[in-house]
Design a binder for this molecule. Structure first.
Ligand code: UTP
Length: 419
């Protein structure tokens, strides 16, 4: 279709949808950008956007949801004999080349405030040394490759915003000598941001302001980007999925794999015990008999404080975004789309007078799918409680809790204690 025709078509759609502000900078764009903007607009599902915007006005109600604790296995309490048995099963999967790791690195990392992809953030690891998060994660995979004499494929989810920078970073580091073929990048979907009146925002370049659609976007991306097909070709059966920002993520853990197999579960997750009932983390639970996560914003004080006969929190298994899926489970999950949740965020944009607005307060809705919403597709999940100091050192905030400072300390202590 020629540009002129495309432009007329887009104008017509925007008029009908009452979103004409999206062309505010059109005449100032170069030819390539003009085309990009028109394509962006033609891709927008306005029906979905309207529904999402309407959803921002209603509060979710959990009255009819039956919430119960979800069973878990405490790693510390597994007998030596059982541990060996589980591990053997898990190691078999690794040695047969049926295991892959996926790192979700498509987030914006707004709280950390690092310029560039979060995985390129350099963490202090002692003796005055600093290493990027991607390097630390690559070390974990390389260690396992050596230990089990395998080449575990490493899939990395990026976003339109950070894909180029991420790929270039890996090129510059010679793919950490893991072989270019063993590192596969794929992009997640993006979704436009809207203001409080439901108007889709225009970014500083004059294009549609879009943002990655949450870590739950991984499932759609795995299918749409041909990654599931690639995995099948390589004979992958089990996929470990974790974020880029937990430097202690133990992404290759035969024990977890063995437990999933023994319990006949197509998915498994790791938990760490909540440090106190008020900690702002989601916890594993069952919702209407299906595995799920209840967020800290949803849980009542009474539930959060409830303990069992041993004095342990009934809802104390924090979800740390370290999960294992059988490829069959992922295929099942991708048959449906996950719901979007909205977050009210600060977003720079160009207003209808063509002026750049830099807000001090949240001004726009961002829509995100959450990975754990997929758990409800499954009948059951095997949960293993692990030690926080061994497997959970998140880098989320610029300072304070879950910051580079806390993660660095956890990392250094872990390495010291391991020796
Ligand atoms: P968070 O939800 O902590 O978000 O992501 P974030 O993007 O890192 O940081 P904020 O909220 O903007 O400060 C947890 C993990 O999920 C990935 C992140 O990269 C991180 O590894 N993620 C998140 C994605 O891959 N895509 C997304 O759309 C969101």
């Amino acid at each position: 279709m020629d540009m002129e025709k495309k432009y007329e078509e887009v104008k017509e759609i925007l008029k009908k949808e009452n979103q004409e502000q999206l062309l505010i900078r059109y005449n100032k764009l170069n030819e390539l950008q003009k085309e990009e903007l028109l394509n962006q607009i033609l891709k927008i599902d306005f029906k979905q956007m309207n529904k999402l915007y309407e959803g921002t006005k209603t509060k979710k109600d959990f009255k009819d949801t039956k919430v119960e604790p979800l069973e878990y296995i405490d790693k510390q309490k597994i007998t030596e004999e059982k541990r060996k048995q589980y591990e053997q099963e898990g190691i078999k999967i690794l040695k047969e080349g049926k295991y892959a790791v996926v790192t979700m690195a498509g987030g914006q990392g707004t709280r950390l405030g690092h310029t560039g992809p979060k995985g390129t953030f350099e963490l202090e690891i002692g003796n005055g040394q600093k290493k990027p998060l991607f390097t630390l994660l690559s070390n974990t995979i390389k260690e396992a490759n050596e230990k089990y004499n395998v080449h575990i494929p490493w899939y990395i989810m990026t976003s339109t915003e950070n894909n180029c920078q991420t790929v270039n970073f890996f090129k510059r580091h010679n793919y950490f000598n893991m072989g270019e073929n063993n590192i596969i990048f794929f992009k997640q979907n993006e979704i436009p941001m809207v203001d409080e009146n439901g108007k889709i925002l225009v970014n500083e370049e004059g294009l549609v302001k879009e943002a990655a659609d949450g870590h739950g976007g991984i499932f759609e991306a795995l299918r749409k980007e041909g990654i599931l097909e690639d995995m099948k070709k390589r004979g992958i059966e089990w996929i470990f999925i974790a974020g880029v920002d937990n430097v202690l993520a133990k992404m290759i853990d035969p024990l977890l794999n063995g437990i999933a197999i023994e319990k006949k579960c197509l998915a498994a997750g790791k938990s760490v015990v909540k440090s106190n009932p008020k900690e702002r983390v989601g916890v594993f639970c069952k919702k209407n008999n299906k595995p799920s996560v209840i967020e800290y914003t949803e849980i009542t004080d009474e539930m959060a404080e409830k303990v069992d006969e041993n004095g342990e929190l009934l809802y104390g298994e924090s979800h740390i975004l370290c999960n294992l899926f059988n490829i069959k489970a992922v295929e099942e999950i991708t048959k449906n789309t996950l719901p979007y949740h909205m977050a009210f965020k600060k977003a720079k944009y160009i207003d209808s007078n063509g002026v750049i607005v830099v807000p001090n307060e949240p001004n726009a809705y961002k829509f995100e799918a959450f990975l754990f919403d997929a758990f409800e597709t499954l009948d059951n999940m095997a949960i293993m409680r692990v030690k926080r100091e061994e497997e959970f050192a998140p880098v989320k905030n610029a300072e304070g809790v879950d910051s580079p400072e806390t993660a660095s300390k956890l990392y250094i202590d872990y390495i010291k204690n391991r020796k």
